[in-house]
Design a protein around this ligand. Structure first.
Ligand code: ADP
Length: 364
């Protein structure tokens, strides 16, 4: 059964349209990430679901009940904010109990829920401390604990990891992944960090320009981005988009002539692409290999990034096109070297004149 349903949600601030017809269906116990650049409306959508913001048009349903007319406290959702929003003068226990006391949950029930949440989050030792005596990571767990004790049907997390330093962020990310196994509710997390979305979410909702651009499992979106925005936004470093045109012919697969004259045979079906159509060839770094200058498309290495297990080579073609390529960890390439690039056409994507993505038959 669908847990959350958004039907054609619209929202403006004054004359500025922020959400332009957003519809989405979230399954029970699903972990969803809203991913998009700053200003794409992610937080506004989350706040509309939480009831902290009103919508202009549309409906929000949670487990068969329409909730958009209800006040936040009556919606069965719990929100975890980026800035933990803990009461500094209260202990962890009191912070977690506060909302439940206001909701007149019996004392024994409050105690048992706090004990259970503390166990799940491994903060049993911290219950009598005040937030000021805790680390950022511990405070974030308390904020999550405060949401857990409400036993909501839906958790909403607004950039839950962005205040943590890199090491703690990785650890908390693992903890969030474990947490979702232990709670019987759907989770929606807002993030602008695609690694966070890719690693945690069952499905990502990629937003831009007031709309949902694509909804899907992280690897499906990575392999089959619907348009150039999603193609560039998901994946790091970003996919190279090389301008070119479709070579006229009768083969089953499209052949693209790049601006510099080199041709790439793809596994993308020709159907739906016109002879001579101006397109962009989409290349992930892992699909462009570095060879000797004679062995491929001539280029210059303008920047070399050694990541240990692999090396990223930012290359420039004579016509100025910049292509991100990948070499082995022990790459000998140095900045300024003349190199050759070998494109794995079988893995290339094509974006038509209208920006829509066409993908190879073998795309995973
Ligand atoms: P995101 O979370 O993706 O960064 P937001 O939902 O916060 O995006 O914001 C979407 C757009 O709405 C932005 O252009 C932002 O400036 C605008 N906005 C957000 N909240 C308000 C508000 N309370 N009043 C006016 N404009 C707002």
């Amino acid at each position: 059964m669908a847990s959350l349903e958004l039907n054609d949600v619209r929202k403006s601030y004054g004359d500025t349209r922020v959400l332009d017809g957003v519809s989405l269906s979230v399954e029970a116990r699903e972990f969803i990430a809203f991913l998009g650049p700053s200003g794409s409306g992610k937080s506004t959508l989350l706040r509309i679901i939480a009831g902290l913001e009103t919508l202009d048009e549309g409906e929000v349903w949670l487990e068969g009940r329409r909730i958009d007319p209800l006040p936040p406290g009556a919606r069965d959702v719990a929100m975890v904010f980026q800035h933990y929003a803990l009461y500094p003068h209260m202990t962890v226990r009191e912070n977690m109990a506060f909302g439940l006391r206001n909701a007149r949950v019996p004392k024994a029930e409050i105690e048992s829920r706090i004990a259970q949440a503390a166990r799940v989050l491994e903060i049993e030792e911290q219950l009598d401390k005040k937030p000021g005596q805790m680390s950022g990571g511990q405070r974030q767990r308390v904020a999550i604990g405060r949401a857990i004790v409400k036993q909501p049907k839906l958790f909403l997390l607004d950039e839950p990891l962005s205040n943590l330093d890199a090491a703690l962020r990785n650890r908390t990310r693992v903890e969030l992944a474990q947490l979702r196994q232990r709670v019987d509710a759907a989770l929606i997390m807002v993030t602008h960090d695609q690694a966070e979305a890719m690693t945690l979410a069952d499905r990502m909702v990629v937003m831009n320009d007031r709309r949902i651009q694509q909804v899907g499992a992280p690897m499906d979106i990575y392999a089959r981005p619907v348009n150039t925005f999603v193609a560039r936004f998901v994946g790091s470093p970003a996919m190279t988009l090389a301008p070119g045109e479709i070579v006229p012919g009768t083969g089953r697969h499209a052949r693209v002539r790049l601006a510099g004259g080199d041709e790439v045979e793809t596994r993308v079906a020709r159907e739906g692409l016109a002879d001579g159509e101006r397109v962009q060839l989409g290349l992930r770094p892992e699909h462009v290999a570095v060879t000797e200058p004679e062995g491929g498309i001539a280029a210059e290495a303008v920047l070399v990034e050694r990541l240990g297990d692999r090396t990223l080579v930012y290359a420039r073609l004579p016509d100025g096109l910049e292509v991100t390529a990948q070499d082995e960890g022990a790459s000998r390439i140095r900045m300024g070297d003349r190199i050759g690039l070998r494109i794995d056409g079988a893995a290339a994507h094509i974006f038509g004149a209208d920006g829509a993505g066409h993908h190879g038959e073998a795309a995973p």
